[in-house]
Ligand binder design. Structure first.
Ligand code: SF4
Length: 354
């Protein structure tokens, strides 16, 4: 059984994942339903979700991140008024919003006010952080109060030694302190949100910790844990491979006999361009989060307005390249998660891999 490139096995995997993460059920189901309808037009309907980047700077220097390596061409912060102007186009029309992309959102002091705008329109909001700044600036109170639905905390090691090997410059103790503060305030105020999800990027340094990490996530106050397979930003660079786990089953790649690595995926097209816009902190509307430096920008929503850009000639020309394309039409698509199922794994799924 194949529906829009999705096999029965994948449908079952999605259903199981939905049931295991009940708070994400509406989103997962929503994305699944959207994929049933294969886009065949360069014009896209109004999107169902969006990613809006509050900032393109970071306090850490993670080696596989273009921000950490200083390769991102923008470095600005989105002003609250700019966010509000963008949000006017989306409010009440989209199901969920991701308030992160490149950069560390908790370096933006108006982040809670941005989230509050989303809460007002009952839009499910998610942000993601390296957790290093959470213990400062009353973030715990402010986050519980503003109504954020989910906070993903990147904890890539359960000891300082493993943690800092990827999160270069980060203190694990500081991250834990911030998470515990949020949990304490959330529980004391008898609120359900934000749901705290610990995300562990599987690498060579932490692969032996994955089982202990389940207990660890509970101990530090998280509601659950999800493992992420590592994306190599420079897949062609043999030095990047040093981060990959020694067990290749934990890779999203396969190694070819000549030593090059490619994604463990059969190309089935990209539907994301039709339902999930990504807006950079400077207002550039790009096809997806893989367009790190706005190379394929459709236009600027702060200057032209979202609805004028979403289906303009640049957007339609870009989508056209994907219609019936037998292979990824752009270089960035060769290393992307679209159509790839080994990206986020729950403990029971990871166990099956090993
Ligand atoms: S990198 Fe290409 S295939 Fe992947 S989401 Fe972006 S446009 Fe789609």
């Amino acid at each position: 059984m194949i529906l829009n490139g999705i096999g029965l096995k994948q449908i079952l995997a999605i259903s199981k994942k939905s049931l295991s993460i009940p708070h994400r059920y509406p989103q997962i189901l929503h994305q699944f339903l959207l994929r049933l309808k294969m886009p065949n037009d360069t014009r896209a309907p109004f999107p169902s979700s969006a990613m809006i980047e509050p900032i393109a700077r970071c306090n850490l220097k993670c080696p596989e991140c273009p921000v950490g390596r200083g390769e991102l061409k923008r470095s600005g912060i989105m002003k609250l008024e700019e966010f509000q102007a963008i949000w006017k186009s989306f409010q009440g029309k989209i199901a969920h919003v991701l308030l992160f992309n490149q950069g560390e959102p908790f370096m933006v002091q108006s982040l809670d006010q941005m989230i509050r705008e989303c809460t007002k329109t009952k839009t499910y909001s998610i942000t993601s952080t390296n957790a290093i700044l959470l213990h400062k600036n009353n973030w715990a109170e402010r986050l519980v109060d503003c109504g954020l639905n989910e906070l993903i905390v990147s904890i890539d090691g359960i000891t300082q030694t493993t943690f800092e090997q990827y999160r270069v410059g980060g203190r694990l103790e500081t991250a834990i302190q911030g998470i515990q503060q949020i949990r304490k305030i959330r529980d004391a105020s008898k609120k359900k949100y934000p749901i705290l999800t610990m995300q562990m990027l599987l690498s060579k340094v932490n692969e032996a910790e994955w089982i202990d990490a389940i207990q660890f996530s509970k101990k530090i106050g998280c509601d659950g844990i999800v493992y992420k397979t590592m994306q190599l930003d420079r897949v062609e660079d043999p030095n990047s491979k040093i981060f990959l786990p020694s067990n290749p089953k934990l890779w999203r790649y396969i190694e070819k006999p000549d030593g090059t690595i490619v994604l463990r995926r059969k190309w089935k097209g990209c539907s994301r361009l039709w339902w999930h816009p990504v807006i950079h902190s400077d207002g550039e509307l790009v096809p997806c989060c893989f367009d790190k430096n706005s190379e394929y920008s459709y236009g600027n929503v702060l200057k032209e307005g979202f609805t004028n850009v979403w289906n303009n000639s640049n957007a339609q020309l870009f989508r056209k390249a994907f219609l019936n394309s037998p292979k990824p039409p752009f270089k960035m698509c060769e290393n992307c998660t679209e159509g790839l199922w080994a990206v986020e794994l729950l403990p029971h799924q990871l166990k099956k891999y090993l």
